[in-house]
Design a protein around this ligand. Structure first.
Ligand SMILES: [Zn+2]
Length: 170
């Protein structure tokens, strides 16, 4: 009788906790080996046939890379936010790097709160960031992970995001 295995799928998103991200792609032999899903966890478990385990183990490697790149993105984003007021050029460079992985409106909103006073006093840099994030948002939905979203939905979300960014930095 073929034995079943279990593969962990986390949601690659800025709000996913690190513990869940680090399990993305993990394969478990037994149901009982898996940590429990926490409250509001958006992970899910795929039951796989052990005869296909080679395919899923390879997939697991790619999943792990994606999860780790999200953790890298967070580190760079955080650093960029702290550098806005002290080393603007470097912060712009770091922000740009994070866009290869993803960009999140909620984090842009948090940035505006964290650097509120500085941004209010620096109109030129504020405009620069506005343009930078608008550009990032224009390419966000070209990322592979969003290709399952309907075209109309992508356009709507893109427009909503761009309007919000312009307002935040106005
Ligand atoms: Zn989770």
């Amino acid at each position: 009788m073929p034995k079943n295995l279990f593969q962990w799928y986390a949601t690659i998103h800025y709000s996913t906790c690190e513990a869940c991200l680090r399990r993305h792609g993990d394969i478990f032999e037994r149901d009982s080996d898996m940590p429990p899903l926490h409250k509001e966890c958006r992970c899910h478990i795929l039951e796989i046939d052990s005869s296909e385990s080679e395919y899923y183990r390879e997939k697991s490697e790619r999943m792990r890379e994606k999860a780790l790149s999200e953790l890298d993105r967070r580190r760079s984003w955080k650093e960029a936010v702290t550098l806005v007021a002290t080393d603007f050029a470097r912060s712009e460079e770091l922000f740009r790097q994070t866009f290869q992985i993803d960009v999140y409106l909620e984090e842009i909103e948090q940035l505006c709160i964290a650097q509120q006073e500085w941004l209010a006093a620096h109109a030129e840099q504020r405009t620069g960031l506005s343009k930078l994030f608008v550009r990032a948002y224009r390419i966000k939905f070209n990322l592979d992970k969003y290709q399952t979203l309907a075209q109309g939905m992508r356009v709507t979300q893109e427009q909503h995001g761009i309007e919000r960014i312009r307002k935040l930095f106005a």
